[in-house]
Design a protein around this ligand. Sequence first.
Ligand code: NAP
Ligand code: ZN
Ligand code: ZN
Length: 351
Amino acid sequence: MNTKLVKAYGTEASDKPLKLIEIKRRDLLQHDIEMEILYCGICHSDLHQIKNDFGMSAYPMVPGHEIVGKITRIGNQVTDFKVGDFVAVGCIVDSCHECENCKEGEEQFCNSFPTFSFNSPDKYLGGMTFGGFSQTYVCEDKYVLHMPEFKDLAAAAPLLCAGITVYSPLKHWGAGIGKKVGILGIGGLGHVAIKIAKAMGAEVIVFTTSTAKVRDAKRLGADHAILSSDEGQMKTYAGQLHFIIDTVSAQHDVNTYLNLLRRDGSLVLVGLPPKPLEVGAFNVVMGRKSFSGSNIGGIRETQEMLDFCAKHNITADIELIKVKDVNEAFERLEKGDVKYRFVIDMASLPK
Ligand code: NAP
Ligand code: ZN
Ligand code: ZN
């Protein structure tokens, strides 16, 4: 298969910084689109993968899965897109198309495992896929999203992972009018969850480890913000919440939060702490509570989420950076020092 060399920012090992490298992109197949990448968000999953937190990282690795761009070429069977369209790619760039989950539009749960936009076996070129910290992306049109009108396209990039990862469970578990929704952690995912849950009509209560974020939470739209170390305030929410979305990236005690659920309430894990979490039996049997999880969302739902966010004027609060500053951005992300998502301006990539 013919390939094209393009510039990218990647790393050769878990303890090495990212630097300018060259990667191959495949030449267009009939259903492929090629986009010039304009912006790419930085998710905590990129950081987990770079550091090999899950023990399944392959190097060299080019992270990035919140990708917004402009179409530069299309395959001869592509009908739904044209050159010049603003488009996006999120976490999923291929799947089997045939299993029950793919047929129902839940490609993230493909029985043969979806191909992710980076660090995933590449069916076409061999090796692993390379992500959005690069000049271009090439994939099948099925996995490409139309970007609706956003005032700030860069601030919309984080919706491709942070947005769908919280939209999908909020919708699945029925966040809306009359529901009290708890959000744990005000990071990239958490701050977008506040905005989406409010737009769905829910009452939003956020739990954070940071006093500065308690102050900022109201500006983001939360109805109430609680410092999780404040036992007195935590007690006032015991048995109150219908649903909690847990975005915390590190080890933490979920039992404290299961106690805040009402009867039949659910705590849904979307954060990916690398080590197992412990759930006390009495914290779920009492009140018939659920401890569950959710993984991004399918392609159809991702398009629905983008349209919902455009309609409700929802984007992320971002710090737009140049690609040369990406290593510093990862250091700051690890310390929780970002309000609230880094996005790389890919025009800063040396050509
Ligand atoms: P992030 O911006 O770093 O936010 C994580 C937040 O978790 C932090 O801002 C902090 O919130 C809280 N936190 C961190 N360490 C903590 C600790 N030790 N104890 C309590 N709270 C802590 O990360 P993100 O990009 O939002 O991603 C969050 C997690 O979701 C990551 O693990 C990521 O890999 C995962 N993820 C999963 C999916 C999925 O499909 N399931 C998709 C995307 C990301 P406060 O400062 O407010 O306390
Ligand atoms: Zn499948
Ligand atoms: Zn992500």
